[in-house]
Write a protein that binds this ligand. Structure first.
Ligand code: ADE
Length: 346
């Protein structure tokens, strides 16, 4: 197995030297830049991340500015990227860097991996790319490349398979580990694409690849989801007053989508009559209830199945924040989950 992986180094690095994409976070090896980009890239595609990254770095150019940013502003900058705990952990880690490291970015894998939101992958990416440490950075792309090259049919979603991949790569890692790690990711993102999208004709490793030789490319890697997903039904109210203002509320400071703004909503699907009663019980006079549409959003462990209703009322009241549609889209971090109901988009 290791013997076979050894042979990928030279063709991979030669390929990367000519195919490396120019990306905003590759302009320098500033750890703050690499860190922010790696966190953004964890659940979002490179093309989509570019504009968020540039805006984020313009607004918060260094660790200190991130450590001091008000939470609402941070969430607004993150709006659309999803998985908001990533943004919160960035800020927490920035605070720790300022407090515990005197503002000096930690420069080893062992120190980095202790920071909030930084796991083996991110610590490995930062330590190898910015500080030339010989450590691996195994993400989904790298798992796919290795599973295919070695013809491994084990479930790559199992932690032990990831661990084994890290061990295999560590044994062959060249001195320029950062370049090697990025080259593996780059190959996974642009050539060794999932399923039938793989571009084996353009791949520098096809000569070394078991999956290619045995026509297993579209079957590998094996990814068997073990998680039980919970389905939650929710009714979403777009409470609209005669003056055009809309009711929003802040979510609790802990848990799912903590601290973000949302339209009032309740668990379960309700009839229009039930909706009318519910809103009136909160002290508002309902003029009309209009069904808008259904929407679905997948969180990590949970799906929201939503039915949205516009509820026209006479006067703003109740324990809500009443905002104009412009204020809503300009100033409040609205989770992607409920974006389908934002008035300008409906
Ligand atoms: N995907 C995530 N991080 C990356 C990086 N540093 N280079 C290429 N693709 C990536």
């Amino acid at each position: 197995m290791e013997k076979q992986l050894q042979t990928i180094i030279q063709p991979l690095l030669a390929w990367y030297a000519t195919h490396r994409r120019e990306l905003p976070w590759r302009v320098d090896k500033e750890p703050y830049h690499v860190w922010v980009s790696e966190i953004m890239l964890q659940q979002t595609r490179v093309e989509a991340v570019k504009k968020y990254y540039v805006r984020f770095i313009e607004a918060l150019p260094d660790v200190q500015s991130l450590s001091e940013v008000p939470e609402d502003r941070l969430l607004k900058l993150w709006e659309g990227l999803g998985y908001y705990s990533r943004a919160r952990n960035l800020k927490k880690a920035a605070e720790m860097i300022m407090r515990d490291f005197g503002g000096q970015f930690p420069d080893t894998f062992a120190l980095l991996v202790k920071l909030p939101g930084i796991g083996n992958y991110t610590a490995g990416a930062i330590a190898s790319i910015c500080f030339d440490e010989k450590v691996t950075a195994v993400d989904g792309n790298v798992l796919r490349v290795v599973a295919r090259v070695t013809g491994n049919r084990e479930n790559v979603l199992l932690p032990e398979v990831k661990k084994k991949t890290e061990t295999q790569l560590l044994q062959i890692l060249p001195d320029n580990a950062g370049t090697f790690n990025e080259a593996m990711m780059e190959l996974g993102e642009t050539v060794c694409l999932p399923g039938d999208a793989a571009r084996c004709g353009e791949c520098p490793l096809s000569g070394d690849c078991v999956a290619y030789r045995e026509r297993l490319t579209s079957e590998l890697p094996v990814r068997v989801k073990l998680m039980n997903r919970r389905q939650e039904r929710r009714t979403v109210f777009l409470l609209t007053a005669a003056d055009g203002s809309i009711a929003v509320e802040k979510r609790p400071d802990r848990g799912l989508l903590a601290g973000m703004y949302q339209f009032p909503n309740t668990e379960g699907f309700h009839t229009e009559e039930e909706i009318r009663k519910e809103v009136e019980s909160r002290g508002m006079r309902v003029l009309e209830v209009i069904y808008i549409k259904d929407a679905k959003h997948a969180f990590t462990h949970l799906d929201w199945l939503m039915k949205g209703y516009r509820v026209r009322i006479d006067n703003p009241s109740g324990d809500f924040l009443w905002v104009t549609p412009e204020e809503l889209s300009g100033q409040y971090a609205i989770p992607t989950a409920i974006k389908p109901f934002v008035p300008s988009l409906t």
